[in-house]
Design a binder for this molecule. Structure first.
Ligand SMILES: [Ca+2]
Ligand SMILES: [Ca+2]
Length: 239
C-alpha cells in the first residue's frame, strides 16, 4: 500500500464516508463545508474545509476516522491548518492550554501523539506530545505561529515491535521539529482525530489531510484528475 486516504472536505467523495463527529453537548460546532473564500488559502484548499469552533470546553469538538484494517505499523500523516486572530487571543488568555490539531490514538484509545497550538508566554507555537509505552514526551516547534496563515504539519509514527525499536518524527512546513527513536510500543496507530476541545473562544480550520503507510506526503503542489475526480498532488514520493 501507499496512500491510505486523503480528505479535502470538498463535496466529493463525502465527509461522512471518512469521518464521524466526536461531540457531546452543545456550544461547539463542526462544519465540514466551511467556505475557504473566508480564509487565506494555500494551493489546493479548494472551496471547502473543516472548521471546528469551541466555546464550551466541557463538551468535545473533534472529528474521528478509524483506519479500516489492523493498526498501522507505519503511519505518516499530513494536515494543513490555519487560525484567526481571535483564536490566538483566546490562547493567550489560557496560556499553556493546547488547541489540538491532530491526535492519533491506538485501537484501544491510548494516545500515540498529539500536535496543537499553545501560547508559551511569549509566542504561539506548536506543541507535540508523544508516547512510548514507558511514558510521555513533548517538545515545541522552533518557530512562532501567526494568524490567517496556512501551515502544514506532518508526523511519522513507526511501530517496530516491542523491543525498543520504534520511532517518531514531526515536521512543520517540511522542516523537522523533533524526533525520537528507541521507543517501546505495544501496538501501532489506528484512530485519527482532528481538532480537540481545550480552549473556549477558539476555532481552527483544517484541510488536505493525507495518510500514508510508506513515506512522507510533503506539501500539496497541485491537483490532477483521476477517474473523473479532482485529487491532490502531494510533493512527497506518493502522488
Ligand atoms: Ca465539505
Ligand atoms: Ca478543501
Amino acid at each position: 500500500m501507499a496512500q491510505i486516504f486523503t480528505e479535502t472536505f470538498e463535496t466529493t467523495p463525502g465527509y461522512d464516508n471518512v469521518w464521524s463527529d466526536v461531540t457531546s453537548g452543545e456550544g461547539n460546532s463542526i462544519d465540514p463545508d466551511y467556505d475557504t473564500s473566508n480564509l487565506s488559502s494555500p494551493i489546493g484548499w479548494g472551496s471547502e474545509c473543516l472548521k471546528i469552533d469551541v466555546d464550551v470546553v466541557s463538551n468535545n469538538a473533534a472529528v474521528r476516522h478509524d483506519l479500516d484494517e489492523d493498526p498501522e505499523d507505519d503511519l505518516y500523516i499530513r494536515a494543513y491548518f490555519q487560525v484567526d486572530e481571535g483564536t490566538l487571543s483566546a490562547l493567550a488568555t489560557y496560556s499553556g492550554y493546547i488547541l489540538t490539531i491532530i491526535h492519533v490514538l491506538t485501537t484501544g484509545g491510548s494516545s500515540r501523539f498529539t500536535i496543537g497550538i499553545v501560547y508559551d508566554g511569549a509566542n504561539y507555537v506548536l506543541r507535540n506530545t508523544y508516547t512510548d509505552d514507558g511514558g510521555g514526551n513533548s517538545d515545541d516547534s522552533a518557530g512562532a505561529i501567526t494568524f490567517d496563515t496556512p501551515y502544514y504539519i506532518e508526523a511519522m509514527y513507526n511501530y517496530a515491535g516491542g523491543g525498543g525499536n520504534s520511532s517518531y518524527e514531526w515536521k512543520l512546513n517540511g522542516v523537522t521539529q523533533g524526533s525520537d527513536s528507541g521507543l517501546t510500543l505495544l501496538t501501532g496507530s489506528r484512530r485519527i482525530q482532528l481538532g480537540g476541545c481545550n480552549v473556549p473562544g477558539t476555532s481552527i480550520c483544517i484541510d488536505n489531510v493525507s495518510v500514508d503507510d510508506e513515506d512522507w506526503l510533503g506539501p500539496v503542489v497541485g491537483r490532477q484528475k483521476v477517474d473523473g475526480y479532482s485529487v491532490l498532488v502531494n510533493g512527497g514520493l506518493h502522488t
